[in-house]
Design a protein around this ligand. Structure first.
Ligand SMILES: Cc1ncc(COP(=O)(O)O)c(C=O)c1O
Length: 446
């Protein structure tokens, strides 16, 4: 009988419950993979919940209205009628899709207008659109390097950065999370003449902490390394007019490349890379996932142009987002939850055991709250979380309800007494005081 390995665990393939000799069958592992079915049988499968209607802070899901605390719609713009109308208008004018790459037949005037507006907004020479934020990272990180170059990559960087690094001819050198000391040690061992770039999330997507950009850039500068900041979760959230973590920390001029997404604060999908005009020209002509894929739809370009305008005009959204963020940091800490080192609207609630995290998410849903667990490989094994995130448009009543409900379910499931939780709580650093930053600000006060 063939034994196969799934995620490092040895399993015997079975077909509909019967042992199955799937020798040489490439798909044997798919037949044997039954984790989703096992969670479904327990009624705790938390993924792919179909949403029927979306109304910003609330959605209709599985026939009931639930409060959304699991999206990245930080400013509530995904459902803003002006943004939606702009997307519809662009669709009417240009059609549903461009049916071609920007490189060839899919380049619209509004794509170029959006690139100019983004470059101007973020304070760089030039910007380049990608169909997703994932592609923006992959495109830049694969085409800018040659064999013999090095990418210094924070160990908690987003999967799109890791995947981009893996596809690049450069050697990947991981450094300890957010640690200038570790970065210095790594850089000091590399050949002085080699090309190098430090790549980091400005705001980390699972822990919610902020990159120590000024110190990391000082170190990179000592060794002549270029610096790349992923602003996916910082855009619209931090810095003057929501320009991101580099602006927030006063380091935007020292960031050689800034990458952003439209899939979070801007409420849409797509991404961009911004930097020096020669670098952007190079990426525009070399990045395979830019060249060999259809351009962003007219709806994306039109909708994001409008979202960018609304975001800049309506500063109250950022102010409200931070009021809500501070309330939730304080509230969860007062209730004894372990929320790690977050300083942003991403608030990870430590549960520890994966199955308990699934149960927790299901109990939340039963109580009218939509939030999903994050498990390995998104977080380390035994450090499962419920990843919550907050929006400018959540009301104080909604937030109080979230806190009350989390407290009740944590008691019901004995979360804090669990061994796995206690071990994880001992391993993950935690901030005990409120360091959430007032917005908008220009310099870091952390
Ligand atoms: C830090 C970070 N970078 C990049 C991405 C990819 O962005 P997108 O969803 O727009 O492809 C994400 C998405 O979650 C992210 O969290």
């Amino acid at each position: 009988m063939k034994i196969i390995s799934i995620n490092g665990e040895e399993v015997t393939p079975s077909l509909n419950g019967h042992p199955w000799d799937g020798d040489n069958d490439l798909f044997a592992k798919c037949v044997a993979y039954d984790e989703p079915e096992r969670a479904q049988a327990l009624g705790i499968y938390p993924f792919f919940r179909p949403i029927e209607e979306m109304d910003g802070a609330e959605v209709i899901c599985e026939g009931k209205r639930v409060l959304m605390v699991g999206s990245n719609n930080y400013l509530g713009l995904a459902n803003d009628s002006r943004v939606v109308e702009a997307a519809v208008e662009a669709t009417r004018k240009y059609g549903l899709g461009c049916t071609g790459s920007r490189f060839l037949s899919g380049n619209l005037v509004i794509h170029e207008e959006l690139e100019e507006r983004l470059a101007d907004y973020i304070g760089k020479d030039s910007a380049l659109l990608f169909s997703t934020g994932y592609f923006a990272n992959q495109g830049a990180l694969t085409c800018l390097f040659e064999e013999g170059d090095f990418i210094l990559c924070d160990k908690e960087n987003h999967a799109s950065i890791i995947d981009g690094c893996r596809m690049s001819p450069a050697k990947i050198i991981p450094f300890s999370h957010n640690s200038p000391e570790s970065l210095r040690r790594r850089l000091s061992r590399l050949p002085a003449e080699a090309g190098k770039m430090v790549v980091i999330d400005g705001v980390f997507s699972m822990s919610g902490d902020i990159a120590r950009l000024a110190e990391l850039m000082d170190v990179a500068g000592e060794f002549g390394a270029k610096f790349y900041v992923d602003e996916a979760h910082a855009l619209g959230v931090m810095g003057e007019a929501g320009k991101g973590s580099a602006h927030h920390t006063g380091t935007a001029d020292r960031a050689d490349l800034m990458m952003g997404t439209f899939s979070k604060s801007l409420g849409c999908m797509g991404g961009f890379l911004a930097g020096d005009k020669d670098v952007i020209k190079f990426v525009r002509h070399k990045a395979r996932c830019f060249i060999f894929t259809a351009s962003p739809t007219p709806a994306v370009a039109g909708g994001v142009l409008k979202a960018l305008e609304v975001m800049q005009e309506e500063q109250w959204r950022v102010v409200k987002l931070w009021e809500n963020t501070r309330r939730m940091h304080r509230g969860f800490r007062e209730l004894g939850f372990h929320i790690g080192t977050t300083e942003t609207p991403i608030v990870p609630i430590l549960i520890g055991d994966e199955q308990k995290a699934f149960f927790f998410a299901q109990r939340l849903f039963d109580n009218g709250i939509f939030a999903t667990p994050a498990i390995y490989p998104a977080v380390r094994r035994g450090q499962a979380i419920i990843r919550t995130s907050y929006m400018a448009t959540h009301t104080p009543q909604q937030l109080e309800y979230v806190l009350e409900t989390f407290e009740r379910i944590a008691r019901e499931l004995h979360i804090f007494e669990d061994d796995v939780y206690q071990r994880a709580a001992g391993e993950i650093p935690q901030r005990h005081h409120d360091t959430s930053l007032p917005q908008p600000v220009r310099t870091a006060a952390v």
